[in-house]
Design a protein around this ligand. Structure first.
Ligand code: HEM
Length: 269
């Protein structure tokens, strides 16, 4: 059911975004040794942009994760009410990330280095356009114009595409750097990176994001055996819920173990 969006839901979503911003900002401040006050080789918005991209990406992951949590655990029904607002707040963060990346990082990412025809940045750009389109059709009026079942279809597949494009954007850009850090370490501290033994925020965010995608894929392939191409409602019985819960919890513990392994990879080196 659609509900009229209330101020309260936006406030809660903004509060979640603010908490993530403070937490991630603090982490990256410790890792890098500065926030706005970058050394002369980096832009003042270099670090804030990483935080903004990461918060937005985690919020997008939340919008994708709320569905399975509600379906498997029953107790969290009211979280569904925040899904739309969390997604919209996340979308705004991502939008600002793109603006900052393209216009305000002349030292680290001059426009000559951001080729919008490339897979990496093309995927990001299409992602932004999709997010803007989803925002435009998120207003209640759009549901009346488009029709409820087609509207759900567009929201569902729009978000899925944004998630897939985010995976492409981030993995193609960062994979080589992560493998290098995991296998060789971050090297000696520099003016730009005070604590290279700490993993980059991007790895931690992407681990979570990837876990959410795996939970959703498992659900579509093994629980529903349906990818949602039609608008048919999926009904969940207790055995399916139980399998969903088991996979969710088991994979969550694997995620935690991976976090511990990554976080302690270069401790003491
Ligand atoms: C759906 C759209 C997008 C999402 C979800 C997204 C998300 C992300 C994430 C999670 C990172 C990794 C941050 C890190 O590892 O520190 C990142 C990096 C980056 N993105 Fe995006 N992005 C999107 C669109 C764009 C667009 C349109 C542009 C350029 C016009 C862009 C430019 C960049 C740049 C330059 C970086 C590297 C930043 C750095 O390493 O400091 N992104 N993005």
């Amino acid at each position: 059911m659609h509900k009229p969006s209330s101020m309260r839901d936006y406030l809660i979503s903004l509060l979640i975004a603010a908490s993530l911003t403070v937490f991630m900002g603090f982490y990256i401040f410790i890792r890098r040794g500065y926030f706005f006050d970058a050394p002369s080789t980096a832009d003042p918005l270099f670090v804030p942009n990483k935080v903004i991209a990461s918060v937005g990406t985690v919020l997008l992951a939340f919008t994708f994760l709320i569905g399975p949590i509600v379906r498997y655990f029953g107790r969290f029904d009211k979280w569904l009410g925040y899904r739309k607002e969390i997604g919209i707040v996340g979308g705004f963060f991502i939008f600002f990330h793109a603006i900052i990346s393209y216009f305000f990082l002349p030292l680290k990412f001059p426009q000559s280095k951001i080729d919008l025809d490339s897979i990496t940045f093309g995927a990001g750009l299409i992602g932004i356009f999709l997010l803007i389109s989803l925002f435009i059709i998120s207003f209640k009026k759009a549901i009346d114009i488009i029709g409820a079942s087609r509207w759900w279809f567009l929201q569902r597949w729009g978000l899925r595409l944004v998630i897939a494009l985010t995976l492409i954007h981030v993995y193609t850009m960062k994979w080589a750097g992560w493998v290098k850090w995991l296998t060789k370490g971050g090297g000696a501290p520099t003016a730009e990176l005070a604590n290279p033994w700490l993993p980059g925020l991007g790895i931690m965010v992407t681990l979570f994001f990837t876990w959410v995608v795996i939970v959703r894929l498992y659900e579509s392939i093994f629980l529903f055996r349906d990818f949602g191409f039609t608008t048919k409602e999926i009904s969940m019985n207790e055995p399916i819920k139980a399998r969903g819960r088991r996979f969710f919890l088991a994979s969550f513990w694997i995620l935690i173990i991976l976090y511990v392994l990554v976080a302690t990879r270069w401790i003491g080196y």
